[in-house]
Design a protein around this ligand. Structure first.
Ligand SMILES: C[S@@+](CC[C@H](N)C(=O)[O-])C[C@H]1O[C@@H](n2cnc3c(N)ncnc32)[C@H](O)[C@@H]1O
Length: 298
Protein backbone atom coordinates (compact mmCIF):
# COMPACT_ATOMS: atom_id res chain seq x y z
CA UNK A 1 0.00 0.00 0.00
CA UNK A 2 1.21 3.51 -0.74
CA UNK A 3 -0.07 5.77 2.01
CA UNK A 4 -0.32 9.51 1.45
CA UNK A 5 -0.48 10.96 4.95
CA UNK A 6 -1.14 14.56 5.99
CA UNK A 7 0.86 15.64 9.04
CA UNK A 8 -1.15 18.71 10.05
CA UNK A 9 0.31 22.12 10.53
CA UNK A 10 2.87 22.25 13.28
CA UNK A 11 3.62 19.58 15.88
CA UNK A 12 4.73 15.99 15.40
CA UNK A 13 1.64 15.04 17.46
CA UNK A 14 -0.70 16.70 14.94
CA UNK A 15 -0.69 13.49 12.91
CA UNK A 16 -3.93 11.47 13.15
CA UNK A 17 -3.99 8.16 15.04
CA UNK A 18 -4.76 6.39 11.76
CA UNK A 19 -1.81 8.12 10.08
CA UNK A 20 0.55 7.16 12.89
CA UNK A 21 -0.58 3.53 12.87
CA UNK A 22 -0.04 3.35 9.12
CA UNK A 23 3.51 4.77 9.39
CA UNK A 24 4.42 2.26 12.08
CA UNK A 25 3.72 -0.59 9.64
CA UNK A 26 5.65 0.95 6.74
CA UNK A 27 9.01 -0.30 5.50
CA UNK A 28 9.92 3.09 3.92
CA UNK A 29 8.80 6.57 4.98
CA UNK A 30 9.34 9.71 2.87
CA UNK A 31 8.67 13.27 4.03
CA UNK A 32 7.91 15.72 1.22
CA UNK A 33 10.20 18.62 1.91
CA UNK A 34 9.76 21.36 -0.67
CA UNK A 35 6.20 22.71 -0.54
CA UNK A 36 6.01 23.23 3.23
CA UNK A 37 7.84 22.58 6.50
CA UNK A 38 6.71 21.24 9.86
CA UNK A 39 7.36 24.28 12.03
CA UNK A 40 7.91 22.76 15.47
CA UNK A 41 9.45 19.34 14.88
CA UNK A 42 12.84 18.42 13.45
CA UNK A 43 13.48 15.35 11.31
CA UNK A 44 15.09 13.63 14.31
CA UNK A 45 12.07 14.35 16.50
CA UNK A 46 9.76 12.91 13.86
CA UNK A 47 11.91 9.78 13.53
CA UNK A 48 11.89 9.30 17.27
CA UNK A 49 8.13 9.84 17.50
CA UNK A 50 7.37 7.41 14.66
CA UNK A 51 10.11 4.93 15.62
CA UNK A 52 11.09 4.90 11.93
CA UNK A 53 13.78 6.31 9.69
CA UNK A 54 12.37 9.14 7.56
CA UNK A 55 13.86 10.11 4.17
CA UNK A 56 13.49 13.75 3.11
CA UNK A 57 11.98 13.90 -0.37
CA UNK A 58 13.01 17.02 -2.28
CA UNK A 59 11.36 18.14 -5.53
CA UNK A 60 13.88 16.18 -7.61
CA UNK A 61 13.16 12.91 -5.82
CA UNK A 62 9.38 13.34 -6.06
CA UNK A 63 9.26 14.54 -9.66
CA UNK A 64 12.19 12.70 -11.30
CA UNK A 65 12.85 9.87 -8.89
CA UNK A 66 9.25 8.88 -8.18
CA UNK A 67 10.07 5.25 -9.12
CA UNK A 68 12.10 5.00 -5.93
CA UNK A 69 9.09 6.09 -3.84
CA UNK A 70 6.67 3.81 -5.70
CA UNK A 71 8.99 0.79 -5.64
CA UNK A 72 7.33 -2.40 -4.30
CA UNK A 73 4.33 -0.49 -2.93
CA UNK A 74 2.19 -3.43 -4.08
CA UNK A 75 4.11 -5.79 -1.78
CA UNK A 76 4.93 -3.63 1.21
CA UNK A 77 3.65 -0.49 2.92
CA UNK A 78 5.29 2.80 2.00
CA UNK A 79 4.37 6.22 3.45
CA UNK A 80 4.61 9.58 1.72
CA UNK A 81 4.15 12.31 4.33
CA UNK A 82 2.96 15.81 3.48
CA UNK A 83 2.90 18.74 5.90
CA UNK A 84 -0.68 20.02 6.18
CA UNK A 85 -3.00 17.99 3.98
CA UNK A 86 -1.90 15.86 1.01
CA UNK A 87 -3.99 17.88 -1.40
CA UNK A 88 -3.21 21.28 0.12
CA UNK A 89 -0.46 21.56 -2.52
CA UNK A 90 -1.18 20.97 -6.20
CA UNK A 91 1.89 18.80 -6.81
CA UNK A 92 0.88 15.59 -5.09
CA UNK A 93 -1.99 14.59 -7.35
CA UNK A 94 0.72 13.75 -9.89
CA UNK A 95 2.30 11.14 -7.61
CA UNK A 96 -1.11 9.67 -6.75
CA UNK A 97 -1.87 9.37 -10.48
CA UNK A 98 1.45 7.69 -11.20
CA UNK A 99 0.78 5.16 -8.44
CA UNK A 100 -2.72 4.47 -9.81
CA UNK A 101 -1.36 4.05 -13.37
CA UNK A 102 0.90 1.30 -12.00
CA UNK A 103 -2.09 -0.28 -10.24
CA UNK A 104 -0.50 0.32 -6.87
CA UNK A 105 -2.96 0.38 -3.98
CA UNK A 106 -3.25 3.93 -2.62
CA UNK A 107 -4.77 5.24 0.59
CA UNK A 108 -4.97 8.90 1.59
CA UNK A 109 -5.11 9.87 5.27
CA UNK A 110 -6.12 13.51 5.57
CA UNK A 111 -5.22 16.22 8.04
CA UNK A 112 -5.70 19.95 8.65
CA UNK A 113 -4.38 22.24 5.95
CA UNK A 114 -3.58 25.94 5.71
CA UNK A 115 -6.46 25.93 3.21
CA UNK A 116 -9.00 25.37 5.99
CA UNK A 117 -7.15 26.47 9.14
CA UNK A 118 -6.97 29.95 7.58
CA UNK A 119 -10.55 30.30 8.83
CA UNK A 120 -9.12 31.00 12.29
CA UNK A 121 -8.41 34.60 11.20
CA UNK A 122 -12.19 35.12 11.26
CA UNK A 123 -12.84 35.14 7.51
CA UNK A 124 -15.35 32.53 6.42
CA UNK A 125 -14.01 29.75 4.23
CA UNK A 126 -17.17 29.87 2.14
CA UNK A 127 -16.24 33.40 1.03
CA UNK A 128 -12.86 32.51 -0.52
CA UNK A 129 -12.16 32.41 -4.25
CA UNK A 130 -9.13 31.04 -6.08
CA UNK A 131 -5.95 30.59 -4.03
CA UNK A 132 -2.78 32.03 -5.52
CA UNK A 133 0.95 31.39 -4.99
CA UNK A 134 3.36 34.30 -4.78
CA UNK A 135 6.86 33.30 -5.91
CA UNK A 136 10.08 35.16 -5.16
CA UNK A 137 10.80 37.65 -7.94
CA UNK A 138 14.28 37.60 -9.46
CA UNK A 139 15.96 40.28 -11.60
CA UNK A 140 14.78 38.56 -14.77
CA UNK A 141 11.66 36.66 -13.64
CA UNK A 142 8.69 38.52 -12.17
CA UNK A 143 5.67 36.33 -12.93
CA UNK A 144 2.29 38.00 -12.40
CA UNK A 145 -0.36 35.59 -13.73
CA UNK A 146 -1.79 35.51 -10.18
CA UNK A 147 -2.91 39.12 -10.66
CA UNK A 148 -5.78 38.08 -12.93
CA UNK A 149 -6.99 35.56 -10.37
CA UNK A 150 -7.14 38.24 -7.66
CA UNK A 151 -9.07 40.40 -10.10
CA UNK A 152 -11.53 37.59 -10.84
CA UNK A 153 -12.03 36.88 -7.12
CA UNK A 154 -12.53 40.55 -6.29
CA UNK A 155 -14.92 41.08 -9.16
CA UNK A 156 -17.31 38.63 -7.50
CA UNK A 157 -16.51 39.85 -4.00
CA UNK A 158 -14.43 36.89 -2.72
CA UNK A 159 -11.34 36.77 -0.50
CA UNK A 160 -8.01 35.60 -1.96
CA UNK A 161 -5.65 33.34 -0.02
CA UNK A 162 -2.06 34.06 -1.03
CA UNK A 163 0.46 31.29 -0.29
CA UNK A 164 4.03 32.53 -0.03
CA UNK A 165 7.04 30.97 -1.71
CA UNK A 166 9.55 28.89 0.20
CA UNK A 167 12.91 27.69 -1.11
CA UNK A 168 14.35 24.95 1.01
CA UNK A 169 16.89 23.35 -1.31
CA UNK A 170 17.89 25.83 -3.96
CA UNK A 171 21.08 25.99 -6.01
CA UNK A 172 22.54 29.31 -7.14
CA UNK A 173 22.53 29.74 -10.93
CA UNK A 174 26.33 29.52 -10.89
CA UNK A 175 26.40 26.27 -8.91
CA UNK A 176 23.68 24.83 -11.12
CA UNK A 177 25.60 25.77 -14.29
CA UNK A 178 28.75 24.16 -12.92
CA UNK A 179 26.86 21.08 -11.78
CA UNK A 180 27.87 21.65 -8.15
CA UNK A 181 25.45 20.16 -5.64
CA UNK A 182 25.80 23.08 -3.26
CA UNK A 183 22.55 24.46 -1.87
CA UNK A 184 21.68 27.94 -0.64
CA UNK A 185 20.32 28.43 2.90
CA UNK A 186 16.51 28.02 3.06
CA UNK A 187 14.45 31.15 2.30
CA UNK A 188 10.87 31.90 3.27
CA UNK A 189 8.94 34.83 1.82
CA UNK A 190 7.81 37.35 4.42
CA UNK A 191 4.50 39.22 4.47
CA UNK A 192 6.36 42.47 3.69
CA UNK A 193 8.06 40.96 0.61
CA UNK A 194 4.73 39.60 -0.62
CA UNK A 195 3.03 43.00 -0.21
CA UNK A 196 5.88 44.79 -1.99
CA UNK A 197 5.50 42.41 -4.94
CA UNK A 198 1.73 42.98 -4.95
CA UNK A 199 2.28 46.75 -5.04
CA UNK A 200 4.89 46.50 -7.79
CA UNK A 201 2.61 44.52 -10.09
CA UNK A 202 -0.38 46.79 -9.46
CA UNK A 203 1.82 49.73 -10.44
CA UNK A 204 2.73 48.01 -13.71
CA UNK A 205 -0.72 46.68 -14.59
CA UNK A 206 -2.69 49.71 -13.36
CA UNK A 207 -6.04 47.91 -13.69
CA UNK A 208 -6.71 48.18 -9.95
CA UNK A 209 -7.45 44.57 -9.01
CA UNK A 210 -6.59 46.05 -5.60
CA UNK A 211 -5.03 49.27 -4.36
CA UNK A 212 -2.33 50.02 -1.74
CA UNK A 213 -5.30 50.71 0.62
CA UNK A 214 -6.98 47.35 0.14
CA UNK A 215 -7.43 45.59 3.52
CA UNK A 216 -5.69 42.28 4.12
CA UNK A 217 -4.85 39.95 6.96
CA UNK A 218 -1.39 38.47 7.51
CA UNK A 219 -1.39 34.98 8.96
CA UNK A 220 1.78 33.62 10.51
CA UNK A 221 2.70 30.24 11.94
CA UNK A 222 -0.87 28.99 11.89
CA UNK A 223 -1.45 26.08 14.25
CA UNK A 224 1.73 26.68 16.28
CA UNK A 225 2.03 28.20 19.76
CA UNK A 226 3.18 31.49 18.21
CA UNK A 227 0.48 31.79 15.54
CA UNK A 228 -0.37 35.41 14.84
CA UNK A 229 -2.64 37.58 12.72
CA UNK A 230 -2.27 41.17 11.60
CA UNK A 231 -4.94 43.13 9.78
CA UNK A 232 -3.97 46.18 7.73
CA UNK A 233 -3.79 47.57 4.22
CA UNK A 234 -1.32 46.21 1.67
CA UNK A 235 0.72 49.39 2.12
CA UNK A 236 0.80 48.96 5.91
CA UNK A 237 1.65 45.26 5.75
CA UNK A 238 4.55 46.05 3.38
CA UNK A 239 6.20 47.48 6.56
CA UNK A 240 5.14 44.63 8.86
CA UNK A 241 7.69 42.38 10.55
CA UNK A 242 6.01 38.97 10.37
CA UNK A 243 8.71 37.07 12.29
CA UNK A 244 9.55 33.41 11.78
CA UNK A 245 7.92 31.47 8.88
CA UNK A 246 5.45 30.20 7.70
CA UNK A 247 3.25 33.02 6.43
CA UNK A 248 0.15 33.50 4.29
CA UNK A 249 -1.85 36.56 3.36
CA UNK A 250 -5.55 37.05 2.68
CA UNK A 251 -6.73 39.91 0.47
CA UNK A 252 -10.25 40.78 1.56
CA UNK A 253 -13.12 40.55 -0.89
CA UNK A 254 -15.91 43.05 -1.22
CA UNK A 255 -18.52 40.79 0.37
CA UNK A 256 -16.86 40.91 3.80
CA UNK A 257 -19.54 40.17 6.39
CA UNK A 258 -19.84 42.36 9.49
CA UNK A 259 -18.98 39.41 11.76
CA UNK A 260 -15.81 38.84 9.74
CA UNK A 261 -14.88 42.50 10.17
CA UNK A 262 -15.61 42.38 13.90
CA UNK A 263 -13.25 39.40 14.23
CA UNK A 264 -10.51 41.13 12.23
CA UNK A 265 -10.67 44.28 14.36
CA UNK A 266 -8.88 42.30 17.10
CA UNK A 267 -5.84 42.13 14.84
CA UNK A 268 -5.43 45.71 13.66
CA UNK A 269 -3.59 48.70 15.13
CA UNK A 270 -6.34 51.25 14.55
CA UNK A 271 -9.88 49.87 14.57
CA UNK A 272 -11.61 53.00 13.24
CA UNK A 273 -9.13 53.35 10.40
CA UNK A 274 -9.41 49.66 9.46
CA UNK A 275 -13.23 49.85 9.42
CA UNK A 276 -13.01 52.90 7.16
CA UNK A 277 -10.45 51.15 4.90
CA UNK A 278 -12.89 48.26 4.46
CA UNK A 279 -15.78 50.63 3.64
CA UNK A 280 -13.65 52.59 1.15
CA UNK A 281 -12.42 49.40 -0.52
CA UNK A 282 -15.95 47.99 -0.77
CA UNK A 283 -17.17 51.27 -2.25
CA UNK A 284 -14.32 51.36 -4.74
CA UNK A 285 -14.96 47.82 -5.93
CA UNK A 286 -18.73 48.01 -5.82
CA UNK A 287 -20.13 46.50 -9.00
CA UNK A 288 -22.08 48.79 -11.29
CA UNK A 289 -25.74 49.10 -10.22
CA UNK A 290 -28.05 46.58 -11.86
CA UNK A 291 -30.19 48.15 -14.56
CA UNK A 292 -33.37 46.24 -15.50
CA UNK A 293 -33.55 45.30 -19.16
CA UNK A 294 -35.55 47.76 -21.26
CA UNK A 295 -39.09 46.61 -22.00
CA UNK A 296 -39.81 46.70 -25.68
CA UNK A 297 -43.10 48.64 -25.88
CA UNK A 298 -43.79 47.87 -29.48
C1 LIG B 1 2.30 24.98 -1.10
S1 LIG B 1 1.51 25.26 0.42
C2 LIG B 1 1.37 23.64 1.05
C3 LIG B 1 0.22 23.55 1.98
C4 LIG B 1 0.15 22.32 2.85
N1 LIG B 1 0.22 21.10 2.08
C5 LIG B 1 -1.16 22.36 3.62
O1 LIG B 1 -2.07 21.59 3.28
O2 LIG B 1 -1.24 23.19 4.55
C6 LIG B 1 2.77 25.96 1.43
C7 LIG B 1 2.48 27.39 1.76
O3 LIG B 1 1.28 27.46 2.54
C8 LIG B 1 1.41 28.44 3.54
N2 LIG B 1 1.36 27.78 4.84
C9 LIG B 1 1.48 26.47 5.09
N3 LIG B 1 1.38 26.22 6.39
C10 LIG B 1 1.20 27.42 7.00
C11 LIG B 1 1.04 27.84 8.35
N4 LIG B 1 1.04 26.94 9.32
N5 LIG B 1 0.89 29.17 8.61
C12 LIG B 1 0.87 30.08 7.61
N6 LIG B 1 1.02 29.75 6.32
C13 LIG B 1 1.19 28.43 6.02
C14 LIG B 1 2.76 29.14 3.34
O4 LIG B 1 2.56 30.26 2.51
C15 LIG B 1 3.54 28.04 2.64
O5 LIG B 1 4.60 28.55 1.88
Amino acid sequence: MLYFIGLGLSYETDITVRGLNAIRNCSRVYLEHYTSILMTASLEELEEFYGKKVTLADRELVESGAEEILRDADKEDVAFLVVGDVFGATTHTDLVLRAKQRNLPVEVIHNASVMNAVGSCGLQLYNFGQTISMVFFTDSWRPDSWYDKIWENRKIGLHTLVLLDIKVKEQSIENMARGRLIYEPPRYMTIAQCCEQLLEIEETRETKAYTPDTPCVAISRLGSASQSFKAGTIDELAQYDSGEPLHSLVILGRQTHELEIEYLLEFCDNREKFKQDVINDQEYFKPAAWVPPQEDDE
